[in-house]
Write a protein that binds this ligand. Structure first.
Ligand SMILES: NC(=O)C1=CN([C@@H]2O[C@H](COP(=O)(O)OP(=O)(O)OC[C@H]3O[C@@H](n4cnc5c(N)ncnc54)[C@H](OP(=O)(O)O)[C@@H]3O)[C@@H](O)[C@H]2O)C=CC1
Ligand SMILES: Nc1nc(=O)c2c([nH]1)NC[C@@H]1CN(c3ccc(C(=O)N[C@@H](CCC(=O)O)C(=O)O)cc3)C=[N+]21
Length: 287
């Protein structure tokens, strides 16, 4: 039986620390504030938004949701994003993606000020992440993966880490963060040959592939740590969701594994707040 790497313990410890930090910042007359930009009302976005609001409230941070109709046009939305960016009260911006098709997402992303870009939507943030500049925020999900590994004292230095997925929002940035911790990193994708065998080589396997229960027993070996980033509709349980890892098949083999739900996702919202607080500290020259 594998050790279950629960996200809740990580999230709770981080929230304690963040509550204290927020109190100290408030004592200086400043309240860290998250701005959430949402177009339309996709269930995924609303779900994440609900978690983010709850986390903000629990640590004493402020937030504001900027909501726009699903059919908003490019010019109106550009204006809106610029005005949230200019809003002096807002320290960090989460803009839900993907945006509706009529919007030029690349252009819109570039309108978010890099210093408020707490989910790595801009090329400026990506450049900082890829050059190890600590003022650049990686996307929240990869950071959540790293925070879980750190909390559970999982060694990375010199270890083989395999990342399954190469997206801009999870696979690539998590590979960079693992490299920072001196892991030897392999990134796999849809063209990788002998995928199960490559994954089974890992000491730490990060699954971010977006396919329900794709990681089976043949992808893993005893002693491994498995971090499951996936959030997919569960084909076997309508209305529920599951990870990219077939938990029932993999859990008996590996040493440690994150559950879904209750794993990476539950830490992601706390990371969003952590990065917004850090943005607030940088903007007010408190660090
Ligand atoms: N926990 C959280 O907070 C978050 C979770 N997620 C979840 O994480 C998962 C990954 O998300 P995201 O990175 O955005 O997904 P994307 O769809 O953008 O990327 C998926 C990656 O997996 C690769 N892939 C797809 N199918 C296969 C296959 N059969 N074999 C090998 N590789 C494959 C793709 O390869 P290629 O590049 O070759 O096409 C691609 O690189 C999703 O389940 C998503 O819901 C996402 C964001 C936040
Ligand atoms: N720019 C952008 N960045 C994102 O990261 C992003 C996005 N847009 N659009 C929407 C998706 C969805 N997403 C989730 C994150 C956390 C949970 C989450 O908190 N999950 C908990 C749920 C706990 C519960 O059940 O309440 C868990 O997995 O344990 C869910 C979904 C991020 N997304």
């Amino acid at each position: 039986m594998a050790e279950r790497l629960a996200g809740k313990a990580v999230a709770d410890a981080m929230k304690d620390e963040l509550s204290q930090k927020v109190a100290a910042i408030k004592a200086k007359g400043i309240t860290p504030k998250l701005g959430i930009i949402r177009v339309g009302a996709r269930p995924d976005d609303l779900f994440y938004e609900g978690g983010a609001k709850k986390t903000c409230e629990s640590i004493g941070m402020a937030y504001q949701v900027f909501e726009y109709p699903a059919d908003i046009d490019q010019a109106a939305f550009e204006k809106a994003v610029i005005s949230v960016g200019d809003n002096k009260e807002i320290n960090g911006i989460l803009m839900f993606a993907p945006l509706p098709k009529q919007l030029d997402e690349k252009k819109i992303r570039s309108l978010i000020p890099v210093e408020k870009d707490v989910d790595c939507m801009t090329i400026g943030s990506a450049a900082k992440v890829y050059t190890d500049d600590p003022t650049g925020f990686p996307p929240c999900t990869p950071t959540a993966c790293m925070d879980i590994l750190k909390f559970y004292n999982i060694p990375l230095k010199g270890k083989k880490a395999v990342v399954l997925g190469r997206s801009q929002v999870v696979g690539k940035p998590v590979a960079m963060l693992l490299l920072r911790e001196h892991a030897t990193v392999t990134i796999c994708h849809s063209r990788t040959e002998n995928l199960p065998a490559v994954c089974a080589e890992a000491d730490v396997l990060i699954a971010a592939v977006g396919r329900a229960k794709m990681v089976k027993a043949s992808f893993v070996k005893p002693g491994q740590v498995v971090i499951d980033v996936g959030i997919n509709e569960d084909p076997d349980n309508p209305g529920k969701y599951c990870g990219d890892v077939d938990y029932a098949a993999v859990e008996p083999i590996v040493e440690k594994i994150t559950p879904v739900p209750g794993g990476v996702g539950s830490v992601t919202t706390v990371v969003l707040c952590k990065q917004t607080i850090q943005a607030c500290e940088l903007q007010n020259k408190l660090i």
